[in-house]
Design a protein around this ligand. Structure first.
Ligand code: TXA
Ligand code: MG
Length: 355
């Protein structure tokens, strides 16, 4: 099936594109669209047939449940049976936005969406294109990230096309996404609520609203930060093997180059991001080959990343995509600080490094 790409933007919510998307969704087709985190691959959440196509297109294991996107809090009622007080508090504070809530599901939501489980994950995205699509279609949209299973999530329409061309019907190209990594997922069916995936909304922000969260052991701050292969399911991974370095990145990079490999080094900038550089958030990175002195013959690409978790998140997936495009054999990533505000970034890097 050829994949159609239609441009849309926040200032010009191109009606033809939304009408086209609505028509595709109505016949159980798949539409990729930008959210404020990453691009999602949307299908009618009430159609088991449409949802089955998401799993086929992505090569996703059937037991991995999907997030359902709705236009507003009122839309939650169509997919969930309860609205706990903690959910209401979090939605009030963070929706529309990059926070996903796990709730008891309605029978109308097909098992394919929830992996057969009794709960459904729901969020109201903050991107104007996502909201316009939800409103125009009038449907709750089941939408995982719009990439083949285990690959790096897409933050640009070109990433979606490269990963899923010919496997999905339509891509709404709304430009690069601003958040850059996925939403935070909180299970509000338990007491205390549980953090299921760290994301753009920090645990501190969530805990300020509803009190302490229960966290999985793998996410508890650890003094042994570097991931051991096989520890976690490989996910968010670039084509080139990725390795985290806690120090001496330069000598490791030089060592790998010395053995004939082309190396991409995702380096933490030594100084904190300031106001003037904040407007870099969400823009694709520029990769500058290091040509000076020592590095001239070494085939090394260095990307300087901001020492700020929000700005870093906005750029990390785009950077990994670009290093893959550049054809590096190995990616080295400076391990970020062991503080809570870097939890989501460490989680993604840990998974990307898993062989
Ligand atoms: O930012 C995001 O969340 C993006 C955009 C597109 O909204 N979506 C996203 O979807 O990251 P995906 O499929 O890549 O990740 C969804 C994750 C699943 O891997 C699963 O861990 C969790 O959400 N999930 C979904 N439903 C769940 C449920 N009922 N209970 C527990 N976890 C659930
Ligand atoms: Mg994903």
């Amino acid at each position: 099936m050829p994949t159609e790409v239609m441009r849309v933007s926040a200032d010009d919510l191109n009606q033809a594109a939304f009408q086209r998307a609505k028509a595709v969704l109505a016949v159980d087709g798949l539409v990729a669209f930008p959210t404020e985190t990453v691009y999602g691959l949307g299908a009618n959440a009430f159609s088991a047939a449409a949802v089955a196509r998401i799993f086929t297109a992505k090569g996703r294991p059937a037991n991995n449940p999907l997030i359902v996107h709705v236009a507003d809090v009122a839309g939650v009622e169509r997919v969930a049976t309860e609205w706990p007080a903690n959910a209401a508090r979090l939605a009030e504070r963070f929706w529309p936005g990059p926070l996903t809530l796990v709730l008891p599901k309605r029978a109308e939501v097909p098992d394919a969406v929830t992996g057969g489980g009794p709960t459904v994950a729901v969020r109201v995205p903050a991107h104007p294109v996502a909201l316009a699509l939800l409103r125009t279609s009038g449907l709750p949209l089941a939408a995982p990230s719009a990439n083949r299973s285990s690959q790096v999530s897409p933050t640009q329409a070109a990433h979606v096309l490269r990963s899923l061309e010919g496997r999905i019907d339509l891509i709404l190209d709304g430009g690069p996404t601003s958040g850059g990594i996925e939403s935070t997922i909180i299970d509000v069916t338990t007491e205390p609520p549980r953090l299921l995936r760290p994301g753009l909304i920090t645990t501190a922000q969530v805990e300020a609203v509803i009190g302490s969260l229960e966290r999985p052991v793998t996410m508890v701050k650890t003094s042994a930060p570097l991931p051991a292969p096989g520890m976690l399911e490989r996910h968010y991974a670039p084509r080139a093997p990725l390795e985290c370095v806690s120090e001496a990145g330069m000598s490791r990079a030089a060592e790998l180059c010395g053995s004939g490999l082309r190396v991409g080094w995702v380096k933490l900038a030594p100084i904190s991001v300031n106001q003037e550089t904040q407007d870099q958030v969400g823009r694709p990175n520029q990769i500058t080959p290091l040509v000076a002195g020592l590095d001239a013959g070494l085939n090394m690409l260095v990307v300087e990343m901001p020492l700020d978790p929000t700005a870093y998140s906005a750029q990390i997936y785009a950077t990994l995509h670009e290093l893959d495009d550049a054809g590096v054999d190995r990616i080295l990533v400076d391990w970020p600080p062991e503080t809570d505000d870097w939890l989501a970034v460490r989680d993604r890097l840990r998974r990307a490094a898993t062989q």
